[in-house]
Design a protein around this ligand. Structure first.
Ligand SMILES: [Zn+2]
Length: 324
């Protein structure tokens, strides 16, 4: 007969009592710090669009995709693009408004996209002010303010004086400079894409689009490594792309690529909270280069740091007729 109080049963109850009443042992290792997931701000230049046959369709595609991935993007405007044949095109003005209505931000990219290397400080800043007109009115309607400035061609000053004068001017007007860490040759792919569109060459369009996303992935991996070399950690990135047909068709694949790499999409304001953006930038020159390299040059990183940057594929350069 099996008794409930057999010696074995009593022993079992005692063991369980001891085990259950023991204080919970302290974890052997302190809670491991979870590394922050990589983050990126998406910035889109040359609004309402460049080299477009269909501004409306491209804008719709861009905004639909940005909303799908919940991207708080910022678009940088050239208001001269609102004036084809020197006449205000209200349809294009409505496209700008659509960005704000979709919850995106707008920033100033000058009126006519001039090259600061070729202009005086006075000429260049007059173009900046001219570029505020419509955007400021739209901002007022949506309770926003003009906050960010993006240099055309990323040219920030080819002499120390011009660079310093412009920085002071922008600060006085309450502008923050919008830097770029993930600079790239997307514009060459866009030119090739545009040419293939004209030819109505579907196979070539697909080849260009897929090559673009693969290239951007390689470029991102390259800058991720450089960030680690420069700051010993991943930084919040800022990506520069343009409002063009290529992104109208391939932004979804591009954002999917970033998502697959674990990226969170953040606002430019959020990205700029990363201390990396407070790094000293002594770079003065004619080049429009990534801020990572401006900081690296200021820190006097050796030549090895810059090695291995992915190039725009040869066939893309050939179709576009542009050398990188
Ligand atoms: Zn631009």
């Amino acid at each position: 007969m099996h008794l409930p109080f057999s010696p074995f049963y009593l022993l079992l109850c005692f063991s369980l009592f001891v085990a259950c009443s023991s204080p919970t042992p302290a974890p052997k290792v302190a809670a491991t710090l979870v590394p922050p997931s990589p983050a990126i701000a998406i910035t889109i230049d040359d609004l309402p669009g460049i080299s477009l046959d269909n501004y409306q369709e491209v804008t719709d595609n861009l905004l639909t995709t940005l909303k799908k991935y919940r991207v708080p993007a910022i678009g940088f405007v050239n208001e001269n693009k609102l004036y084809p044949k020197n006449k205000l095109d209200t349809a294009r003005l409505n496209l700008l408004e659509a960005w704000l209505a979709a919850g995106m931000e707008l920033g100033n990219h000058t009126y006519s996209h001039p090259d600061y290397n070729r202009l005086t400080f006075e000429e260049f800043t007059a173009d900046i002010l001219k570029g505020e007109f419509h955007t400021k009115r739209l901002h007022a309607k949506y309770g926003q303010k003009m906050r960010y400035f993006r240099h055309p061609f990323l040219h920030a000053g080819n002499t120390p004086e011009k660079k310093a004068e412009l920085e002071q001017f922008l600060a006085k007007r309450n502008y923050e400079i919008a830097p770029v860490t993930i600079d790239n040759s997307e514009w060459i792919f866009a030119k090739a894409y545009h040419i293939a569109m004209r030819k109505k060459d579907g196979a070539e369009l697909k080849k260009i689009g897929e090559s673009y996303v693969a290239y951007m992935q390689d470029k991102t991996a390259f800058y991720e490594e450089q960030s680690k070399l420069l700051f010993d950690r991943p930084i919040k990135h800022t990506l520069l792309i343009h409002a063009n047909a290529l992104n109208g068709d391939y932004l979804d694949e591009l954002l999917d690529m970033y998502q697959q790499r674990g990226y969170q999409f953040i606002s430019l304001a959020n990205a700029l909270t990363d201390e990396a953006y407070q790094s000293k930038d002594d770079y003065v020159g004619r080049g429009g280069i990534t801020w990572l390299h401006r900081w690296a040059m200021t820190k006097k990183m050796d030549k090895a740091f810059y090695k291995g940057e992915p190039a725009c594929p040869e066939f893309i350069q050939e179709i576009a007729g542009i050398r990188e």
